[in-house]
Design a protein around this ligand. Structure first.
Ligand SMILES: [Zn+2]
Ligand SMILES: [Zn+2]
Ligand SMILES: [Zn+2]
Length: 290
């Protein structure tokens, strides 16, 4: 879906879309506006805190167009992949790779932390947060005997729960959470969050999806997806993360109501400077709410 963009904005003029003004003067070169029907879901809102890969955007020392654009316009930066899910139960942090967690959140503000896996860019912020004082924060995640350094050995205020089992749902308040296995170089879980109004799947990091995960998600007709799209289209699928071709295949198989790309690297951003996405696919940005 193409929309005319207003000068100095990412915005389209379509009355059906809510627009996201940006700091600075540069336009985000692709469409991040969302269908109005997907907004204002009071019972479950997801805020992207970080949408980058392990290198983040801009990449240190890189002078590609995407990195230079992000240096000029901080709204285009991509921090480590992470999100905040606001529900009737409370605020759930999805992954802890953002390094200034202790400044972003007040004591008691986070009801729980859910980890997809123990790669550094998904847990590095917890190494500082754990030495805080006060109420413990429950942390849920996959079984991983190696974990990341001494995080689970010396958890501080982080209260690591029994590792989650794939396809065994649990509830936080009336929010249903089902962990689903993903395909990655470390044990990794995606999550399907279900409230009365929404079925939101958070699927990163992964390359493709296991058959069982695909079959499980196919049974959900109101599905919205947030998914790893680290790389622009490649001749063959990357080893550890989706490229856009893998995401398009998943989109076609699951036919979600909407799909947002996250965990983008700078090359994917550069590709987006020259190309549009098919209808129903959106690019996440740090700070975007869906
Ligand atoms: Zn990652
Ligand atoms: Zn670059
Ligand atoms: Zn990873």
């Amino acid at each position: 879906m193409k929309h005319p963009k207003k000068e100095n904005s990412i915005l389209c003029d379509c009355a059906q879309h809510v627009n996201y003004p940006l700091a600075g003067n540069l336009a985000i070169p692709f469409n991040t506006s969302l269908p109005h029907t997907l907004l204002k879901r009071a019972t479950m809102k997801l805020t992207f805190l970080g949408t980058g890969d392990v290198r983040q955007v801009p990449v240190f020392g890189c002078n590609c167009r995407a990195c230079n654009t992000a240096r000029q316009n901080p709204a285009l930066r991509r921090r480590p992949c992470s999100a905040l899910l606001t529900t009737t139960y409370g605020k759930l942090l999805l992954d802890g790779g953002i390094i200034d967690l202790a400044e972003r959140f007040q004591p008691g503000e986070l009801s729980a932390i859910l980890l997809t896996h123990y790669h550094v860019d998904h847990v590095q912020g917890l190494f500082h947060l754990r030495w805080g004082i006060g109420e413990k924060i429950p942390v849920y995640g996959p079984e991983d005997t190696q974990g990341c350094a001494d995080l689970t050995k010396h958890p501080g205020i982080l209260d690591f729960q029994t590792p989650l089992e794939p396809f065994k749902p649990f509830y936080l308040g009336d929010l249903k959470i089902t962990p689903v296995p993903l395909i990655h170089s470390k044990p990794t879980l995606g999550y399907l969050f279900e409230s009365e109004q929404r079925q939101l799947a958070y699927l990163t990091d992964t390359v493709g999806l296991p058959e069982a995960t695909t079959a499980f998600l196919q049974r959900h007709t109101e599905l919205e997806i947030i998914i790893d799209c680290s790389e622009p289209p490649q001749p063959s699928p990357p080893r550890n993360h989706n490229d856009l071709n893998s995401v398009l295949h998943i989109h076609q198989t699951l036919q979600p109501k909407a799909l947002w790309l996250t965990h983008l690297n700078h090359k994917m951003d550069e590709w987006l400077l020259d190309n549009d996405l098919p209808e129903g696919l959106y690019v996440a940005q740090d700070g975007l709410e869906v």
